[in-house]
Ligand binder design. Structure first.
Ligand SMILES: [Fe+2]
Length: 225
């Protein structure tokens, strides 16, 4: 069976930068006055991941997901788009259309993000703005690029990651620390056609399961010469 993968957009599937100073200043001004609330609602069991989820986050083992939220203002998201769009377009190599922004989200001890691709209609080119953390150890983003290479990307406060969010990504190492806080900003290429991704798988129960798509394809290539 043919494996449908994400279309290649940028020269490299991710790039980490310092959050631009003008934006960092605005984020800190708002962040320093924020009150975080636990994200409510019932945690729902996801049989695919064999774990409960709340706002897309699971807990290590059988525990309850621990995720919180403090809403960033419309003005702050506007500033994100105004400042970041030219930079991320330069990296992506194409004009982009604004989609959605989320955050600030706060993840608690033991948090796990299962391996997935983002929404194909709107969340194609994305960035993670790492705002703050109180961590015992860095919490890596597991990222699989177009070649099937697995990367572990860690963040310092004040760093931003541009990434193709239709490439599979996760945080499978349970978070060790008190909190970890990010904003998320999403774009799609101008004239984006999500139909190019029809049949693409969006969730994987493990890194190995995902990487096997490249191994299967390599074996098929060898078999057919
Ligand atoms: Fe994601």
């Amino acid at each position: 069976m043919t494996v449908v993968r994400a279309p290649r957009i940028a020269q490299s599937a991710f790039r980490k930068i310092r959050t631009p100073a003008a934006l960092q200043e605005k984020i800190w001004a708002e962040y320093s006055a924020m009150k975080f609330q636990p994200t409510g609602g019932e945690a729902v069991y996801d049989p695919h991941y064999k774990a409960k989820q709340r706002a897309g986050i699971s807990a290590q083992g059988e525990g309850e997901p621990d995720v919180g939220h403090a809403p960033a203002s419309r003005e702050l998201f506007d500033a994100c788009y105004e400042i970041l769009t030219p930079l991320i377009e330069e990296w992506a190599g194409c004009k982009l259309t604004r989609s959605w922004g989320y955050g600030i989200r706060s993840y608690g001890r033991g948090s796990v993000l299962h391996l997935h691709r983002d929404r194909v209609d709107t969340h194609v080119i994305s960035c993670i703005i790492h705002v703050d953390d109180r961590s015992d150890t860095p919490w890596p983003l597991d990222f699989i690029d177009h070649e099937g290479e697995l990367h572990h990307v860690t963040f310092a406060r004040g760093e931003t990651l541009f990434y193709e969010s239709l490439c599979p990504h996760a945080r499978l190492t349970p978070f060790a620390g008190e909190y970890y806080r990010n904003m998320y900003v999403h774009w799609r290429p101008e004239n984006w056609d999500p139909e190019t991704c029809r049949g693409m798988r969006s969730r994987y129960s493990s890194i190995e399961e995902c990487l096997s798509e490249w191994q299967d394809q390599d074996s098929a290539a060898i078999a057919t010469g």
